[in-house]
Design a protein around this ligand. Structure first.
Ligand code: ATP
Length: 201
């Protein structure tokens, strides 16, 4: 399977871009979706979180209290390491499974931390969705109803724009209007179809 890794910082437009690949008939495997689903009530991962942090990590209905956990791991690096050790192997396993099951001519593997978590090893090409930090902050703050400081703290914990661009085979500049994206995606889609066919040959 020919795998195109898609990454970008918070609010860069990964989902907006991968939706366009999906519209071209390409299967999209999303690490964020897998990570969220892994903490469903009754899952082994949620049980492990409950064991470590107690009821405070849960909502009244027994689901994960995501904002509590997010704040906890920001303030306690050892808890962040613990959580990563719990979730990363599970996410990676499911990513590989879904990639293997993909039916389209190539598959998109979308992950905010593709580079940080070395998922680039699984990819034939890396596509980076690039925006300026100011754009990132403005779009994320308006989408999530958060403030610039919170977004900035997340940006600081992710790979830098330069690190991401250094790992990129292709870049989509998403500083402009959303209407400009389809033509970029269509061009890249043609390229990836050719590269995938070459890999199979
Ligand atoms: P995250 O990593 O936080 O999940 P993401 O990289 O998947 O984010 P999106 O959710 O696709 O980013 O985009 C962030 C926000 O910016 C969304 O509200 C989206 O609708 C908006 N957006 C994306 N691209 C553009 C654009 N070119 N112009 C204006 N708004 C945009």
């Amino acid at each position: 399977m020919f795998v195109v890794g898609v990454t970008g910082g918070i609010g860069s437009g990964k989902t907006t871009v991968t939706d366009l690949f999906y519209q071209q008939g390409i299967d999209v495997v999303d690490a964020d979706v897998i990570a969220r689903g892994m903490m469903n009530p009754g899952s082994a991962a949620l049980e492990a979180v409950k064991q470590r942090f107690g009821e405070q990590a849960l909502q009244p209905d027994g689901g994960l209290n995501r904002s509590w956990l997010r704040e906890r791991i920001f303030a306690h690096p050892e808890d962040k390491t613990w959580l990563n050790n719990l979730t990363h192997p599970l996410v990676r396993e499911q990513l590989l499974q879904q990639v293997a099951q993909a039916q389209s001519p190539y598959v998109i593997l979308s992950a905010p931390l593709l580079i940080e978590n070395r998922l680039t090893q699984l990819c034939d090409r890396v596509l980076v969705v690039d925006v300026s930090e100011a754009t990132q902050i403005a779009r994320t703050a308006s989408r999530d109803n958060t403030n610039a400081e919170q977004v900035q703290a997340i940006i600081a914990a992710q790979a830098s724009r330069e690190q991401r661009l250094a790992a990129a085979d292709n870049v989509i500049d998403n500083n402009g209007a959303v209407e400009e994206l389809p033509k970029h995606v269509e061009k890249l889609h043609e390229l990836y179809l050719r590269l995938a066919a070459n890999k199979q040959a």
